[in-house]
Design a protein around this ligand. Structure first.
Ligand code: F6P
Ligand code: MG
Length: 457
């Protein structure tokens, strides 16, 4: 057992890159080189588009650095101290010094965060490319390929929004909250870091109402009713609540999250919603502040999305209205791109954890999207799968933050199942023709919606 920053809480061993039974093993050996090849291709393209001179030379140097990094990853070289080019770098260097490791051996979350931070260091060191997003092309292509799902969801949203006007009874609001939560949950099935080998056509087939309906039984734990009770009571008491969303991926997932935002604001359940994106390109498809601006521009562009214009225009005008009147806003923190688990979000949390806690404790509902956020909530540790979500949250679980996680399962850690349920899932997974009984939990085919009210139990 590993001890964490507060003595009362302990978590099991974290998943390691050298554990052959864990998805960490293939992730670090197969997916990371694949992702880095994509990054190299992207930089090549941008070099070709850039005129001779200092700008181009800087990018050529970056290309050499990324190529060397890929070699280091594939050959399991030790992680190196990062040059001190930004305020968050000392955290990485300190944690590495405490636990030196190599690319294919260390803790999966720590090393993967390191990978994305190191990539950004190369750009931080340039004069002209500090805010370059190596994943921007992929994000744009995938969102464009989602046009059928975008039009379908805009149509659904418009029909519901028109009926919602003046509705105050609990029952219909609750049903709609569940529906938009589901939309936001399954939006997470289409992140680009896991779907490295899936075609845009296949990604498109993951979106849409029919698929969501069919997938209901794939939600292994569903605490949405508990989250509703807390939100509804708070909203009544305060004449509309504050809701926060710790975002995950850009593209269709962000768009799905925005439909939930619109519902919360239209229904007046929320009087303000705060979105929390990342500061640097992260795990391929994560939202940067600029992605929100780009998303709005894509939605407004009839060449980008030619179908369903009336409905998409309606969607985007509502969104723009809420941004303009301040009820929808964006807040960044460097904490989200540290390698820290969210066990450090509590009053004494280090490296920005206490400030994040100070902020989030005032929210009626903090929705954390996606797989990486879930892994960070639960320390990506080898918990027995019937451990409660409350226990797996450690210090964060008892410090008054209302946590609601929407996560499609793309990694080993899963908590909150019934005793024996994981063994049953392994059996069914093999019966469905899969060779590895363990891979159900990282296939992206299952999901969990888990809630904790932050009170001591
Ligand atoms: O499981 C593959 C993976 O890239 C993990 O490394 C990471 O946790 C996850 O996918 C990213 O998924 P999400 O975008 O849902 O956080
Ligand atoms: Mg992501």
């Amino acid at each position: 057992m590993t001890t964490v920053s507060t003595t009362d809480f302990k978590h099991p061993q974290v998943y390691l890159n050298n554990d052959k039974n864990s998805f960490a093993y293939t992730s670090s050996r197969d997916r990371w080189p694949h992702i880095l090849t994509g990054v190299i291709d992207d930089v090549h393209k941008t070099i070709a588009e850039t005129a001779e001179g200092e700008k181009r030379d800087e990018l050529k140097k970056v290309l050499e650095q990324i190529t060397a990094l890929k070699h280091d990853v594939e050959h399991d070289k030790p992680l190196k101290e990062l040059p001190n080019v930004a305020d968050d770098i000392p955290v990485y260097n300190r944690l590495l010094k405490e636990n030196p490791t190599s690319w294919l051996q260390g803790g999966w979350v720590f090393v993967e965060c390191y990978l994305y931070r190191e990539l950004q260091v190369y750009f931080d060191q340039t004069k002209n490319w500090k805010s370059y997003d190596i994943f921007s092309r992929q994000k744009e292509d995938a969102f464009k390929a989602s046009s059928a799902g975008v039009a379908e969801l805009a149509t659904r949203y418009k029909a519901l929004a028109e009926q919602l006007d003046g509705v105050t009874e609990e029952a219909p609001l609750k049903e709609l909250f569940k529906e938009f939560s589901d939309i936001s949950l399954w939006g997470n099935a289409t992140d680009l870091s896991l779907l490295t080998t899936m075609s845009l056509e296949e990604i498109k087939n993951l979106q849409g109402a029919d698929v969501r309906k069919k997938n209901e039984e794939k939600i292994l734990v569903n605490h949405i009713e508990n989250a509703w009770e807390v939100l509804y009571a708070d909203s009544k008491q305060n004449d509309g609540s504050r809701v926060d969303i710790i975002l995950d991926n850009a593209g269709f997932e962000l768009y799905a999250d925005l439909s939930l935002v619109l519902f919360l604001l239209d229904s007046k359940l929320a009087k303000n919603v705060i979105l929390h994106p990342k500061n640097i390109p992260w795990f391929v498809s994560d939202v940067l502040p600029i992605d929100l601006v780009k998303t709005i521009n894509y939605l407004k562009d009839s060449d980008f999305f030619p179908e369903g214009r009336e409905q998409i225009d309606y969607f985007v005008s509502k969104l723009q209205g809420y941004l303009d009147d301040g009820s929808l806003s964006v807040r960044t923190s460097a904490f989200w791109t540290t390698p820290h688990f969210f066990w450090d979000i509590y009053p004494q949390g280090v490296d920005g954890g206490s400030q994040v806690w100070e902020d989030l404790k005032d929210s009626a509902l903090v929705i954390l999207k996606g797989d990486l956020n879930y892994r960070k909530l639960t320390c990506d540790a080898e918990w027995p799968r019937d451990t409660s979500f409350h226990t797996a949250l450690g210090p964060l679980g008892v410090h008054d933050v209302h946590i609601l996680s929407f996560r499609t399962c793309k990694a080993d850690v899963v908590v909150g199942l019934k005793p024996g349920q994981d063994k049953q899932l392994e059996k069914e997974w093999v019966e469905q023709g899969n060779s590895n009984p363990l891979s159900w939990c990282w296939s992206g085919k299952y999901a969990v919606i888990e809630f904790n009210d932050g009170k001591k139990q």
